[in-house]
Design a protein around this ligand. Structure first.
Ligand code: ATP
Ligand code: MG
Length: 362
């Protein structure tokens, strides 16, 4: 345990206790909440698995998560702008670019986990380099965590690259073994706290730490797809989030941080269930309108329309394999006439989008 008497926020915390920290993980409040969180998580996982070509459809949902996660770091942009940037390569810079980096980092992480079934320090480093290409790598310098407003020093993470790497090796060991009797959801909270306390990078520790929770739950087989979006919750409850991390540091008490994360998982999983159900309803509406009123309804087309909230003629042509650009143009124009899509002209490019779909994603 961190000795509360010894805690000095201004001194590098090279005494950070190793995992698994000495703590009663079978606390009744934790056991009750972990049960509820697991039920909610299983529900969203099952529902997401039912979506046709799930991984394609998860991508737009991840943009919302990426926007929320980046907002915690004051990278301000809207879901709308990110989708726009995604289709307009010349707009891929600034805040929207950073948001897309976050999403790319999740996908890269997924690849790593799926290929090898473990997460290592090299993976943490790789993920951070995608999130923060300009400040990548394990830090050689010391950093401080301060109160944004008062600039009061709240916590000083460990210093020295070797120390940092040793702490990370301990995190690695903790997350890659599954015989310690601690529920993976509880473990996700514990290692998230530990990772943030190690604070291995100059920047991007929060974003990488949030990505690691999702990847870990996938590795632990609690999720098949990255459909747990915690950032909105963390942003909404940022004060409590910082307080529970601080309490764990200063008092060595992990209860609040575990409860915080378990509640976040339950609430966010339930919210995503509702979003996915609404997307399914909207897809069904598209299906029935296209099947009744056009000659070009196909399953493949519906999937594609819901994989990118902003369509262009070229995107549709390329992905549907139409030989004539005109075919794609005709389909999109017809869908606008049917009220399924709206269109918008930016510079020389024309975009097509469903207002209802965008609303579900923002
Ligand atoms: N007292 C604390 N102890 C340990 N970690 C903390 C503490 N207070 C905040 N943190 C962590 O530090 C993160 C911020 O660090 P950093 O700026 O490197 O990450 P970021 O991804 O750039 O920012 P953000 O998380 O705000 O988006 C927070 O998200 C939080 O997880
Ligand atoms: Mg930062």
């Amino acid at each position: 345990m961190n000795d509360p008497q010894m805690f000095n926020p201004k001194k590098p915390n090279n005494q950070l206790p190793l995992l698994p920290t000495d703590f009663n993980y079978d606390n009744v409040a934790i056991l009750k909440q972990v049960n509820l969180s697991n039920i909610a998580l299983a529900k969203v996982n099952a529902l997401a698995g039912r979506l046709p070509d799930s991984i394609l459809l998860v991508s737009p949902l991840l943009v919302r998560e990426s926007v929320a996660s980046s907002q915690i770091e004051n990278i301000n942009t809207t879901v709308f702008e990110v989708f726009e940037a995604e289709v307009m390569s010349e707009k891929k810079k600034g805040p929207a670019k950073e948001v897309l980096n976050y999403r790319d980092a999740i996908f890269a992480g997924l690849d790593l986990v799926k290929k090898r079934g473990i997460l290592t320090t090299n993976d943490f480093v790789k993920i951070q380099s995608i999130v923060e290409p300009n400040k990548h790598g394990i830090r050689k310098l010391g950093v401080k965590i301060m109160n944004d407003l008062t600039k009061e020093i709240l916590y000083t993470p460990p210093e020295g690259e070797t120390h940092i790497r040793d702490f990370l090796a301990n995190v690695e060991e903790f997350i890659n073994k599954d015989d310690d009797g601690i529920d993976p959801l509880v473990k996700s909270a514990v290692f998230h706290y530990q990772f943030e306390s190690i604070h291995p990078f100059l920047d991007g520790n929060g974003r990488v730490g949030r990505i690691l929770i999702i990847l870990y739950l996938i590795m632990a087989k609690r999720l098949d797809l990255p459909v747990l979006f915690l950032s909105g919750y963390i942003m909404k409850h940022k004060k409590s989030y910082y307080e529970c991390l601080h309490k764990a540091n200063s008092k060595g008490d992990l209860l609040d941080v575990i409860m915080f994360m378990l509640r976040a998982i339950e609430e966010q999983a339930e919210a995503t269930v509702i979003t996915i159900q609404k997307i399914e309803v909207l897809m069904n509406k598209f299906k029935s309108v296209l099947a009744k009123k056009t000659v070009f309804y196909s399953h493949e087309l519906i999937q594609l329309l819901f994989s990118k909230p902003f369509m262009t003629i070229d995107y549709l042509q390329g992905n549907m394999g139409f030989s004539a650009r005109q075919t794609a143009s005709k389909y999109l124009t017809e869908m606008v006439k049917l009220g399924l899509f709206q269109s918008k002209k930016i510079g020389k490019s024309k975009f097509f989008y469903s207002k209802e779909f965008l609303k579900l994603l923002s």
